[in-house]
Write a protein that binds this ligand. Structure first.
Ligand SMILES: [Zn+2]
Length: 137
């Protein structure tokens, strides 16, 4: 569960295939809806209320945020073999088929289309950079 300050990180987590809620609700609502989720927040006060299932994200920089998750909770930073999860709504993706020479997936919940485009390559490079900085290959 990412709070409102971590929208970009939430998108990255979903593209990596991790089920990620993104909440712009007030603190109480976030805590109520937390369940078994790990809360990621840039709000120290909220984090202390959430107890042990919270990671206080100290940096505003995406790469540093990813590095923190790799180091603190051992989250592998890599892309799945094929797109799994909608970066907009967290819904599961289904394979549509080949359109031209591109393989296409679609979100089962909101209908958003996905393919392995240049944005995925950019994200992959970002993840590789962070892994390299940390000494993981
Ligand atoms: Zn969706």
């Amino acid at each position: 569960m990412c709070d409102a300050m971590l929208g970009r990180l939430a998108r990255y987590l979903r593209i990596m295939g991790y089920s990620t809620k993104y909440s712009v609700e007030e603190d109480e609502k976030i805590l109520e809806g937390l369940g078994d989720c790990i809360l990621l927040t840039r709000d120290k006060g909220l984090c202390s209320k959430a107890g042990p299932n919270c990671v206080y994200i100290s940096s505003g920089d995406l790469k540093e945020q990813l590095a923190q998750l790799r180091l603190e909770i051992g989250l592998p930073l890599r892309l799945p073999e094929r797109p799994l999860r909608c970066s907009v709504c967290n819904g599961p993706l289904e394979y549509v088929g080949k359109v031209g020479d591109r393989e296409l997936w679609r979100c089962k919940v909101c209908g958003q289309p996905y393919w392995m485009g240049s944005h995925i390559k950019r994200i992959k490079r970002t993840l590789e950079e962070v892994n390299k900085t940390l000494g993981f290959t």
